[in-house]
Design a protein around this ligand. Structure first.
Ligand code: SAH
Length: 259
């Protein structure tokens, strides 16, 4: 029985809203005895936990790790070995830039039974909420998920491959590196007018979408703030109603300037 005591469920909480949790995630939350959760998990999701559940906020604020990864592993193992139903609750999907793989390895090494409950990842949540298909026949036949913070060194990405047409690039943790990412892609041949979008607080009531040609977006990006943001680059961004509104507004502005 997958959720017997002495068991860890590594659960994806989705991109924010309660109703983007899976039914399985919700069921695991409601039966949890111990919850070890990240910073980005909303209060309404945590409100689904039993009142008596033991809670650990191991969330990592930028540059301030409240709990090292090894201690998160130890915490899961300790509570599971004491016979408890443990939920390790993570934003989005646990296996996409979430270190869920390392947590699974730790549980395997400790011979603790576990399961992985998938979640809606930020790419899917933001794509849907902003009207940006991640793939579309004729426009983008592949989609690449990248960790934006690795854009700094030159050797980490195959920029020439990323600059090729016909794909969607999704940068997690990439908002503050937008200028660098745009500069590298354009240097490797991506047209500067390739449609691009910044989706902040994607799928949440506070969502903001900034959609423009890549070079213009890089010039007009807002200063980096605390809201989670995703950078999406590729031809399908032009299908988004947000992009079309922005393009219409820019064209009007240009007309006024020339009048
Ligand atoms: N496992 C998570 C990603 C963790 S990395 C997932 O599958 O979604 C954290 C990054 O995810 C943030 O820096 C941001 O780039 C992105 N992110 C998470 N939630 C988001 C949201 N609601 N809107 C925009 N970006 C989000």
């Amino acid at each position: 029985m997958p959720t017997a005591p002495g068991f860890v469920s590594i659960v994806g909480a989705g991109p924010g809203p309660l109703d983007l949790l899976t039914l399985r995630a919700l069921e695991r939350l409601r039966r949890a005895e111990v919850v070890i959760h990240d910073r980005l998990i909303g209060a309404d999701i945590l409100a689904e936990l039993p009142a008596q559940a033991l809670r650990y906020d191991v969330g990592k604020a930028r540059g301030r790790h409240t709990l090292p990864q090894s201690e998160i592993h130890a915490l899961m193992v300790r509570h599971a070995r004491a016979g408890r139903r443990v939920v390790r609750l993570k934003g989005g999907d646990p296996f996409i830039f979430g270190r869920g793989g390392e947590e699974m390895q730790a549980l395997l090494a400790a011979a603790v039974p576990f399961e992985i409950v998938p979640g809606v990842s930020a790419a899917q949540g933001c794509g849907a909420a902003a009207g940006i298909p991640l793939t579309q026949r004729e426009l983008a036949s592949q989609c690449v998920f990248l960790p934006g913070h690795l854009a700094d060194g030159d050797g980490r990405y195959d920029w020439a491959m990323l600059a090729r047409p016909g794909q969607t690039l999704v940068f997690y943790m990439g908002v503050e590196r937008l200028a660098r990412i745009a500069e590298r892609l354009i240097a490797h041949g991506l047209p500067p007018e390739t449609p691009a979008a910044l989706v902040l607080d994607g799928s949440r009531p506070t969502q903001t979408v900034l959609a423009r040609p890549l070079q213009a977006l890089a010039c007009h990006a807002p200063p980096y703030g605390p809201r989670p943001g995703l950078l999406i680059i590729g031809p399908t961004v032009a299908l988004s109603p947000h992009y079309q509104t922005n393009a219409a507004a820019s064209a009007e502005g240009a007309e006024r300037e020339h009048a």
